[in-house]
Design a protein around this ligand. Structure first.
Ligand SMILES: Cc1cc2nc3c(=O)[nH]c(=O)nc-3n(C[C@H](O)[C@H](O)[C@H](O)COP(=O)(O)OP(=O)(O)OC[C@H]3O[C@@H](n4cnc5c(N)ncnc54)[C@H](O)[C@@H]3O)c2cc1C
Length: 416
């Protein structure tokens, strides 16, 4: 049986960062990658441009991982957005910060990011075996057994960096949860996140492609407003998308209602009275003109008038109280019943994963087995759009790699 010092399952950003970090300290590292090449998800990230991280103080990142800011803190503090940007800049790939804070390679090519990662692994002698899906993992005498189709390897340290279950065509199809389970680790409920919303009988299909900036969005669950958010909205042919929707998708369930206000300058409650008053005071002005004056796009105005049964030439003075109320409600709180979220085949990340209770957030090492590590999206961590997911994948890979680097051949911390 081949014996290895470090085996990393998965050659995504988490696995590659972990690999070159511990290999640079002299560890012998092998990556087993299921697909014919590494980093297929990284290559399509940010539409191929790779939004690798976000600008600003890393302490401000913590609110962008749902309830798990506390867990990611030690990891991001040890390897921050500044460290990540410096890593690429030191190797000749400058980074560019967009207005709003998203950071991209200046070339806007994820393949340039990949090239540097692979070169770094090669420089430190990391062995990468592609087209080698790991089928199972176990332990024997404090070491790890890793089985691929034709053989079983033995490793002193094992890193599970297999990603989540979204975009399975890139290789990450949830295998990590089974591997973790075989080693005694639990996985939380998982689901698609950063996913578009499919709306039941979507009434705005004709407006596909229309977008709205900084839209107030309210999520209603069992008749209760459970979340308020502002963000950019995109209408698709099946429902709602855009960062404003993707960022709250981890909370959305079938049967919920997503309410959208097309009058973003005020909070929805106040906006409804404002719109009602404007319609009441509009007198001889046509309703269509009044709605256009609210900066509503022409095609949306047409749709709203049709839904409310108002003719294009009808003036505000001729609106009944009921119709005025219907229009104001639609403009400031259009209700979209959620049929479903887009599935794992289209979701950008996975909500849920290997439970955090069993992982040391300062090292990414398992509490159950010395020498077993987890990094990246396989964990119960998902961030909003803006570079937060790649930052966590890279940071957790580095932190796991540094912890392994500190171990001696017997698996003990060299400092202890
Ligand atoms: C379309 C899209 C766009 C995105 N854009 C961005 C963005 O701009 N910014 C951002 O921050 N995030 C983005 N993300 C999310 C981000 O890409 C992921 O969070 C990140 O890639 C996770 O890294 P990872 O290394 O943990 O997992 P992955 O990148 O999924 O890598 C896991 C690797 O493990 C391998 N593997 C799985 N199972 C096995 C097995 N049994 N044996 C061996 N190998 C295995 C897989 O083949 C894969 O190569 C995007 C995601 C998608 C789908």
């Amino acid at each position: 049986m081949e014996k290895h010092e470090v085996i990393i399952i998965g050659g995504g950003p988490a696995g590659l960062f972990c690999a070159h970090t511990c290999a640079s300290s002299g560890k012998k590292v092998m990556i087993l990658e299921k697909m014919p090449s590494c980093g297929r998800k990284l290559l399509i990230s940010g539409s191929g441009q790779c939004n690798i991280t976000h600008a600003g103080e890393v302490s401000l990142f913590l609110g962008h991982y749902g309830e798990h800011g506390r867990f990611v803190k030690p990891c991001l503090m040890q390897y921050s957005n500044r460290d990540l940007i410096a890593f690429f800049q030191d190797r000749g790939l400058a980074m560019d910060t967009e207005e709003g804070g998203k950071v991209f390679p200046v070339t806007r090519k994820s393949s340039d990011v990949m090239e540097i990662l692979l070169a770094e692994c090669s420089l430190h002698g990391v062995e990468i075996r592609c087209s080698e899906p790991v089928l199972s993992a176990g332990t024997v005498n404090g070491r790890f057994l890793v089985t691929i189709a034709k053989e079983t390897y033995c490793a002193d340290n094992l890193v599970i960096a297999t990603g989540g279950a979204s975009y399975p065509a890139t290789g990450s199809s949830g295998d990590g949860y089974h591997l973790a389970g075989a080693l005694g680790h639990r996985t939380t409920d998982i689901g698609p996140a950063l996913a578009a919303v499919l709306v039941r009988d979507f009434p705005l299909r004709d407006l596909t492609g229309m977008s709205f900036e900084n839209t107030p969005i309210t999520l209603v669950h069992n008749g209760r407003n459970v979340l308020k958010h502002h963000g950019d909205l995109l209408l698709t042919h099946t429902g709602l998308s855009g960062p404003g929707i993707l960022d709250i998708s981890r909370y959305i369930r079938p049967g919920d209602i997503v309410k959208v206000s097309f009058f973003p300058c005020q909070e929805p409650e106040q906006a409804k009275s404002t719109v009602t008053e404007l319609l009441m005071g509009g007198k001889g002005i046509t309703v269509a003109r009044m709605l256009r004056d609210l900066s509503l796009p022409e095609r949306l105005v047409k749709h709203l008038l049709g839904q409310a049964g108002v003719g294009t030439g009808q003036t505000c003075a001729h609106l009944t109280k009921g119709t005025r109320n219907t229009l104001a409600s639609m403009i400031t709180g259009y209700s979209f019943p959620v049929r479903a979220l887009e599935g794992f085949d289209r979701a950008m990340v996975t909500r849920g994963g290997v439970t955090l209770k069993e992982i040391d957030p300062g090292t990414m090492e398992s509490h159950l087995h010395q020498g077993l590590y987890f990094a990246g999206e396989v964990l119960d961590i998902d961030g909003v759009t803006g570079g937060y997911n790649l930052q966590f994948a890279c940071s957790s890979g580095v932190v796991a790699g540094r912890s392994i680097s500190k171990k001696n051949a017997r698996g003990q911390d060299q400092e202890s």
